[in-house]
Design a protein around this ligand. Sequence first.
Ligand code: ATP
Ligand code: MG
Length: 158
Amino acid sequence: EWVDYIRFLNRVIDRFEMTKDESIVFVRRFPKQPVYAEVDADKMTQVLDNIISNAIKYSPDGGQVTFKVVLFQNYIETRISDQGVGIPKESLEKIFERFYRVDKARSRQLGGTGLGLAIAKELVEAHGGKIWATSAEGKGTTIHFTLPYDRDQKDDFS
Ligand code: ATP
Ligand code: MG
């Protein structure tokens, strides 16, 4: 269905905002105008839930989670950045594989199965997008994903 992606994103983030520990701070950097995109809202909610729950789970107290949306001609890039433990370079691609977890001991303590990002990848790719991670160990992680978008089509909706 066609949705205003920014409005949609704000609603998902608001839901986390209500339940998260208050020591974690959310920052949103979004375009001011509506951004119409064709997404399956349930599936995209699942993608965001999996990424945001990681950002919170792997963040220290007082950590900041930043949400950013950047518009390109043919796609939207969403970036979700945290100030957590980070991910070693050799694991940056593997975290999207089923059951892969970076630090087994730490991960076991934090709980989970190692499926969240594999599911997110499957769902983003089903939308025609890409997902990847960048990270500086000890400083934080950014999960990036894209969705198809037609910048010139937006006038049809205004
Ligand atoms: P699940 O999501 O199934 O509950 P999980 O969080 O361990 O379990 P994924 O979400 O697929 O599984 O993440 C895979 C692994 O990638 C994690 O175990 C963790 O090691 C690493 N990881 C994911 N997101 C982050 C992040 N924001 N910061 C640091 N490490 C991360
Ligand atoms: Mg997870």
